[in-house]
Design a protein around this ligand. Structure first.
Ligand code: ADP
Length: 664
């Protein structure tokens, strides 16, 4: 045992020699809580600074000084250190005297309470060196991660354990307290020193005096970062909401539509400028919904009175939403037309909270609309009158044409009959020269008759005076007969006309005469517009179209064809592909018009398929109508391949239809 230690065996004592701890006594082990193994022969500076964390250096000029020593459990003990020369050369001895009444626990019994509650961080710093003497874990948890253990923070200066302490408000406040001795409270104080960024604190810092000097600062802090941030966020949101509210108010205020908002009691809470201008000029006062009813009457777009309980505001209050409802407001001195939209708003529990009405003055629009409507009506009436006049004049024209045609038909028919009589009765007396002239007369009379017949038929059909004389006949037989009867005209141009059909017999119920006329017309055109030496085919077949069984007859030629853009035109009155060419062929442009009319009168259809320079196919489709009577016996005269009794008529009609073709 070191003599110095022996001498002061009752007081804690530590001996240093040649930079190491060379001796300690039992009292020191009791004071510090360290074992002799942990202290002896260890570097003196390390023991002094790191283990004992004595806040005063080992070299001091006076004989003794006061300091803090930290035990193995990191309990701060206030001690007075006395420095002595050692017993042997090179030895220095330090005696530690426990300062009486300096036990922190005794001094601040209330702190224990605060420590244990854990909601606030409590720390005691020594003054003037800001050594952290004592702190609860809550306080330590405020520090940066590396400083949160007691071993890393107790006994260390605030400057070393709190990164941003120097220059911070906390340092400044502490220094001020030291100067003034006053307690300070910090509220929502920002601190930027921690690595986790800016934090906010509510702190109370209390100075503790000893012998007239401040010896400690007790800091009680609570982190309020989240609350402050929330408050800030809230403030920002509020700001934003306020800005948006302002914007909305500005928009509302400057809208050309009138906006009124009313609460659940029907009390108006907002009128925008347009609404103020509209209502306040018409109403004396306008505080509640019902105020309007004393000043005006409301009508719907059909002119029906709207009872007060069904006016827009009441409807909204009942929870109805509607848009662009038109209504009329009748004041004593004026009528106003409005277009109103209403929207209700509800509470979370679904009860009506407020309503918004958006109305627009559409008086001038309504006036314009009714003006346009009136003008339209006038126009329509004028149009109807014009059409009626036109129809009347057309009717008159048709009547005129009909009359003239009729008048012209008689002489032509007489001439035609006379010619036939001459041919029959004076056949032998007719010289070739006379025959030539007679032929010219016959052809031109037939041409005239054809024109007259077509005109008569067209005017009759267009005035609705068409009669269908349906009878049962074998269409195969008739078609064949017609083709046969016109072969002679084909021969004039060395054109072969042939009939093709898979059907051997097909008795149908049709207007035979009209069918003849249709087919002869198409055949005459085919011969007319087919060059010398080419062929014409007539094909007869049945087909299902438009949900009906149809009988179809196609006249197929190898003629000049019809351009696509003229396909519709040729079915119109006087419609010709090329009038000069047609004139060569002496056409009138009425034939196909009549054909189409006849086909349609029989509820059929005509279609054209043509290629310019290659030929045309005209197809007539007629619905097969079953006769009521026994049709097997129909036209028994058709049987046996004989021409039937109407054969003469076909020859006569053919000669008229083919009158455009020069016939020798
Ligand atoms: P047109 O008396 O002029 O022949 P249509 O009404 O019978 O009168 O025919 C109208 C026009 O349709 C004709 O002028 C002709 O240009 C054209 N056309 C009719 N049939 C044929 C055909 N088979 N080939 C070529 N063109 C035709």
């Amino acid at each position: 045992m070191n003599p110095l230690a022996e001498e002061y065996s009752d007081k804690p004592c530590l001996i240093e020699k040649s930079g190491v701890v060379s001796g300690i006594n039992k009292a020191f082990i009791e004071l510090s809580g360290f074992s002799s193994d942990e202290l002896l022969d260890k570097p003196f500076v390390y023991i002094w600074n790191e283990l004992l964390r004595i806040n005063a250096g080992p070299d001091f000029t006076g004989h003794q000084k006061e300091a803090w020593l930290f035990t193995r459990e990191l309990k701060a003990k206030c001690i007075i250190i006395q420095k002595h020369k050692g017993v042997t050369v090179g030895e220095t001895g330090y005696i530690f005297i426990y300062k009486p009444f300096s036990r922190l626990d005794d001094e601040f019994p209330f702190l224990d309470n605060l420590y244990s509650k854990g909601t606030s961080g409590v720390a005691i710093y020594s003054i003037p060196d800001f050594i952290l003497i004592k702190a609860n874990q809550t306080y330590l948890n405020f520090l940066d991660e590396s400083q949160r253990s007691r071993a890393n923070s107790i006994g260390r200066s605030a400057y070393s354990i709190i990164g941003g302490f120097k220059g911070s408000t906390f340092e400044k406040t502490a220094l001020e307290i030291i100067k003034t001795g006053e307690i300070k409270e910090l509220k929502d104080e920002p601190f930027h020193g921690y690595s986790r960024g800016t934090t906010y604190w509510d702190s109370t810092i209390v100075p503790v005096f000893e012998a007239g000097c401040i010896k400690y600062l007790i800091q009680v802090s609570r982190e309020v970062t989240e609350a402050v941030n929330n408050r800030k966020l809230l403030a920002e949101q509020n700001k934003l909401i306020n800005e948006q509210k302002k914007q909305l108010e500005t928009i509302l205020e400057n809208m050309s539509d009138c906006i009124c908002i009313f609460d659940k009691d029907g009390k108006y809470t907002l009128f925008n400028k347009a609404a103020r201008e509209m209502y306040f000029s018409s109403y004396e006062y306008m505080n509640k919904m019902e105020d309007g009813h004393y000043h005006a009457e409301n009508y719907d777009s059909e002119g029906k009175r709207i009872p007060f309980w069904n006016t827009p505001s009441y409807r909204v209050m009942r929870g109805e939403k509607f848009t662009s409802m038109r209504m009329e407001v009748r004041y004593a001195d004026k009528i106003q037309h409005l277009e109103v939209s209403g929207t209700p708003f509800f509470d979370n529990d679904g009860s009506f909270k407020m309503g918004i009405l958006c109305s627009r003055d559409i008086t001038s629009l309504v006036q314009k609309e009714s003006l346009i409507l009136r003008q339209k009506e006038e126009l329509l009436n004028a149009e109807i009158q014009t059409r009626e006049a036109l129809e009347a004049s057309l009717k008159l024209k048709d009547e005129f044409i009909y009359l003239i045609s009729h008048e012209m038909r008689t002489p032509s028919a007489i001439v035609s009959s006379a010619l036939q009589a001459i041919e029959l009765m004076y056949k032998k007396e007719i010289t070739p020269n006379v025959k030539k002239h007679l032929n010219t007369i016959k052809q031109n009379t037939n041409r005239q008759l054809r024109l007259i017949n077509n005109l008569l038929a067209i005017t009759r059909i267009s005035s609705g005076n068409i009669k269908l004389n349906r009878s049962a006949f074998d269409i195969v037989f008739l078609t064949k007969a017609i083709v046969k009867s016109v072969e002679v005209y084909g021969k004039q141009k060395e054109i072969e006309i042939s009939f093709r059909s898979k059907l051997s017999k097909k008795v149908i119920f049709l207007d035979e005469e009209k069918y003849e006329r249709i087919l002869l017309n198409l055949l005459a055109n085919a011969v007319k517009y087919t060059p010398v030496g080419k062929k014409i085919y007539v094909s007869l077949y049945t087909k299902r179209a438009m949900n009906k069984n149809m009988i179809c007859v196609s006249v197929i030629d190898e003629g000049i064809g019809i351009p696509k853009d003229k396909k519709d035109l040729i079915f119109e009155r006087f419609g010709q592909v090329d009038s000069s060419l047609s004139r060569q062929a002496e056409g009138t442009g009425l034939g196909l018009t009549l054909v189409k009319m006849l086909v349609e009168a029989m509820e059929g259809e005509i279609c054209l398929d043509s290629e310019l320079g290659k030929g045309s196919t005209f197809t007539v489709m007629l619905p097969i109508v079953k006769p009521v009577a026994d049709i097997d016996n129909a036209h028994s005269c058709h049987q046996g391949g004989q021409l039937y009794s109407n054969d003469d008529r076909i020859v006569r009609t053919a000669s008229i239809e083919f009158s455009d073709i020069y016939f020798d």
